[in-house]
Ligand binder design. Structure first.
Ligand code: NAP
Ligand code: MG
Length: 402
């Protein structure tokens, strides 16, 4: 059988530990036999990041800017313990953080929905995609403890250092307390809005965005206003695609999302996204079934699994033990990237292949063949779930694909 051709290379960024092992196997068993794969390869494994003084991370992000589509393996973010484990020269920053800064992107997380794996919220039949604004607010705030009797002010100076306003935050009469100053930027909120509207249009799903502008009139009011302004550019395209955009209050959004059957994009401010992404991920079951894509405002895409390098399984693997590590989110990172590449280059058979691989993966699980993390979550009449090891699962998908 002739292999499916490609035009533009994918940016392939390899990673660490158990996911690095899965990465090789996925390529070997599920991609290379069928696709004449073109990639520009960057090794973001921790050892190579250390050797290159982390230049390889920056180079991979620049390549993504150039080619437009990347697929990324999970990578270690070094901490003190990793310093000695890998004998590092420096405690390198999180690769995802570095890449996000260069691409100025927004991260969208979506669960892979499979018949038989019930969500903890039974009405959720379709995926809920969560977009988190990953800039500012409480994550970049300054705070202070304030002794009793002090006063705290919010002071604004203009570019020349001249005070233009001074407002009392609180007069701490009779008790000590705490105070916090946080910020956001118009350009960042605007990029976030563009990325969300673009994603909803790409995926043809409706979108909800919420803040608490009734309480936070200026701060959250700015988010509401900027989203409304940006939406004007997308309104016609949304109507043509038969999808809607709703702005509401965060409490109302939570109620609507819980009552919904899924199938929507939920755009969240930074803190709401932090909390709600864990809620949504947990409700859908396993971390191994959660995909993630970074979308830049100028339409560059980087696909990955939402989980990490699954260190605990890797240590077992190093001892020669078999692991049952879920490769589904990593497979879907590949199919997401191949699909997008096919779309941008007008390659129908590449898009069709990616869709077939996704179907084969889902059908394998629906037929009862899965990794250990899914077994306790699986309930389907007439099907007894069978636990496969990491390699056996990939082989089961392959036999369905062939
Ligand atoms: P993790 O790799 O996501 O794993 C945490 C636990 O979740 C695992 O021990 C496992 O539970 C379960 N799990 C996650 N993915 C799974 C899968 N595909 N199949 C089966 N079980 C899965 O998080 P971590 O252990 O906190 O972090 C490990 C390393 O990953 C760290 O060095 C961190 O810096 C890095 N990390 C990278 C990214 C990224 O590159 N995007 C994201 C997060 C973390 P059981 O052990 O109970 O089986
Ligand atoms: Mg969180």
């Amino acid at each position: 059988m002739a292999k499916i051709g490609m035009k533009t290379p994918l940016v392939e960024t390899d990673g660490d530990e158990m996911t690095r092992i899965l990465w090789q196997d996925i390529k070997e068993l599920l991609i290379l036999p069928y696709v004449d794969l073109k990639t520009e390869y960057y090794d973001l494994g921790l050892a190579h990041r250390d050797e290159t003084g982390d230049a390889v991370t920056v180079e991979s992000a620049l390549a993504t800017k150039k080619y437009g589509v990347a697929v990324k393996c999970a990578t270690i973010t070094p901490n003190v313990q990793r310093m000695s484990e890998y004998n590092l020269r420096e405690m390198w920053k999180s690769p995802n953080g570095t890449i996000r800064r260069i691409l100025d992107g927004t991260v969208f997380r979506a669960p892979i929905v499979v018949e038989g794996i019930r969500s903890y919220i039974p009405t959720w039949k379709k995926p809920i995609v969560l977009a988190r604004h990953a800039y500012g607010d409480v994550y970049a705030a300054v705070d202070e403890a304030v002794p009793a009797g002090s006063k705290a002010y919010l002071v604004i100076e203009d570019g020349a250092g001249k005070e233009v306003s001074r407002r009392l935050v609180h007069d701490f009469q009779g008790s000590d307390g705490v105070v916090q100053g946080m910020h956001n930027r118009g350009d960042s909120i605007r990029s976030f809005a563009h990325a969300c509207f673009r994603y909803a249009l790409d995926e043809k799903i409706p979108m909800i965005f919420a803040t608490k502008d009734t309480i936070s009139k200026v701060y959250d009011g700015a988010f509401k206003r900027i989203f409304a302004e940006v939406y004007e550019e997308y309104e016609k395209a949304f109507e043509a695609a038969g999808i809607w955009y709703l702005y509401t209050l965060i409490d109302d959004a939570v109620a609507r999302v819980v009552r919904s059957e899924g199938g929507l994009l939920w755009a969240c401010k930074n803190y709401d996204g932090d909390v709600m992404s864990d809620m949504v991920a947990t409700a859908y079951g396993s971390l191994g079934m959660m995909t993630s894509v970074l979308v830049s405002p100028d339409g560059k895409y980087e696909y990955e699994a939402a989980h990490g390098t699954v260190t605990r399984h890797y240590y077992k693997y190093l001892k020669g033990e078999k692991t049952s590590t879920n490769s589904v989110a990593t497979i879907f990172a590949w199919t997401g990237a191949l699909k997008k590449r096919g779309e941008l280059d007008g390659l129908e058979d590449l898009k069709a292949f990616a869709a077939r691989l996704e179907r084969a993966t889902i059908q394998t699980i629906e037929a009862g063949e899965m990794t250990g993390d899914l077994v306790p979550l699986f309930h389907r009449e007439g099907v007894t779930p069978k636990k496969l090891d990491s390699k056996e699962f990939l082989l089961a998908v392959q036999s369905r694909l062939s």
